[in-house]
Write a protein of this length. Structure first.
Length: 249
């Protein structure tokens, strides 16, 4: 084990034991080097690794904002790592599709449960005359609904449609509230866009494809709004697998 790896292990131990929490500032390089009995260069290398992983944000200087701070979204580093791994070309398209299925079908059930809870609250609010009727526009699905409306614009280009398509799916995963799965989905984003773009080139009737996909997205949203997790997960699976079979498989 290299010295900087020992520093990483000891910082990890401190996090696990609650010595530091998100938002805290780590001790200075000098303090860490003295505590861990290593050189400052080893500490500096460990902090560079943590920064690349999205665990800390570093600022130079000697003021109150200098040093390494544990940031509030460390999962962002996971997304970067996945993007780089997929970009190497070693990951088959089928693996990307299967990962999507695992993430998005789970997310669908979580979001459907969230919608069901929202709907109960909205119904109670209507009874008390202090809430609007529950709908796509008033639910947690409002942003996904807005994306879907943009996807339905007349004369939309296939490139614009595909961009919005990816945003739609990332939004649904984000709504599930699991930061690690959201980071993984963001890491897969480019790989998804690339295989969808390549597959689309094999389809002649693009207006028909756009209409079909838009209809499928609409069905997914409506099923989520109804709070039916199993149906939403099945609809997403049919949607993802359907395009794969149609354009690639």
């Amino acid at each position: 084990m290299q010295t900087y790896e020992s520093v990483l292990t000891q910082i990890e131990t401190g996090l696990v034991r609650g010595r530091w929490k998100l938002g805290d500032r780590l001790p200075s390089e000098r303090a860490l080097s003295e505590e861990f009995a290593v050189s400052r260069s080893s500490v500096r290398e460990a902090l560079r690794v943590l920064e690349a992983m999205g665990i800390v944000r570093r600022s130079t200087g000697s003021g109150p904002d200098s040093g390494a701070i544990l940031i509030d979204k460390p999962a962002a580093g996971l997304g970067s790592a996945i993007r780089l791994h997929v970009a190497s070309g070693a990951t088959p398209v089928r693996d990307v599709v299967e990962m999507r299925l695992l993430i998005e079908t789970w997310a669908a059930q979580a979001v459907a449960m969230r919608c069901a809870t929202e709907q109960l609250g909205a119904q109670h609010g209507v009874q008390q005359n202090d809430s609007e009727p529950y709908s796509l526009e008033t639910s947690c699905l409002a942003r996904a609904h807005s994306i879907l409306e943009l996807m339905g614009e007349p004369d939309i280009t296939i490139e614009r449609f595909q961009q919005l398509d990816t945003e739609f799916h990332v939004e649904l995963v984000a709504l599930a509230g699991n930061s690690l799965l959201e980071a993984t989905m963001l890491g897969l984003r480019k790989a998804i866009q690339e295989y969808v773009a390549q597959g689309t080139k094999r389809i002649d009737e693009l207006p028909v494809l756009i209409a079909d996909l838009h209809r499928e997205h609409t069905g997914i949203l409506n099923t989520l709004l109804a709070g039916n997790g199993h149906e939403a997960a099945a609809a997403l699976e049919d949607h993802i697998e359907g395009f794969y079979r149609r354009a690639i498989g």
